[in-house]
Design a protein around this ligand. Sequence first.
Ligand SMILES: Nc1ncnc2c1ncn2[C@@H]1O[C@H](COP(=O)(O)OP(=O)(O)OP(=O)(O)O)[C@@H](O)[C@H]1O
Ligand SMILES: [Mg+2]
Length: 283
Amino acid sequence: MSADRSTPHTPPAAAVGGQAPAGGPAPAEGTELIRFDAVTKRFGAHTVLDALDMTVYAGKHVTLIGPSGSGKTTILRLLMTLLRPDEGTITLGGRYLTHEEKGGKLVPASDRYSREVRKNIGMVFQQFNLFPNMKVLRNLTEAPVHVLGMDKDAAEERARELLELVGLTAHLDKYPAQLSGGQQQRVAIVRALAMRPQVLLLDEVTSALDPELVAGVLDLLRDIARSTDITMLCVTHEMNFARDISDCVMMFDAGRVIEFGPPEQIFTDPANERTREFLSAVL
Ligand SMILES: Nc1ncnc2c1ncn2[C@@H]1O[C@H](COP(=O)(O)OP(=O)(O)OP(=O)(O)O)[C@@H](O)[C@H]1O
Ligand SMILES: [Mg+2]
């Protein structure tokens, strides 16, 4: 696999999980799962991501923090192929996400190719984004059946197991609008798990919830972090949660990673003044 990189590998590179930065020495341990190489994303004249280099190792839990507008959601949307980078490449498990190799050259990926690679990634959004016209059970079986080609009975059995796991068996025959926000979000999380993703992207999944519903959703995510080997990339304002589950915290500002490291370091002794200011405002 060779990327046509006309852009040099610009520091700061963020390697996640405590290993060496991408572009620096080879990682001593861990398997690279997600890799951003000099990814630039612009909206009009506004450069949101600026030649971003980032590596996430398999099985690690990474939290992205940073001020509003720093590009956190943009990173997750690029990984979901809901957006395409203007420059640079993204790979998942060594396969290009947004490009295909054809005749030894990198060309923009077809929608079909991107959909195929993206099957390995699940995302949970702030606003749940359940299918409103489908009952809970069908919300969980729709993609496994139609995207993975799973047998309908097997998909239903798996969906029932997942609903039992999150204590929602009694609600499988309801529509999303008949559930509380916390219940809907737990359905959205197990809907993502039903696809058996390698990577779970979580974008402020508790921000839209009433305060008393937040703990249940965070507990579920803690369970997933503890009991599965799914790689998690998480944007959250819940700093205690981030501290609990993260192997690595990355601080974004103005489309770049300005600092990263284990949570105990970032939260208690950040090196960067901007990180310090941000944390003192949110902690
Ligand atoms: N579709 C779009 N069109 C134009 N500008 C966009 C679009 N999506 C995002 N932006 C801009 O890109 C910048 C980064 O947005 P992004 O949503 O990634 O930030 P964020 O770090 O997730 O912020 P927040 O913490 O508020 O969710 C913002 O300035 C935003 O206005
Ligand atoms: Mg966001």
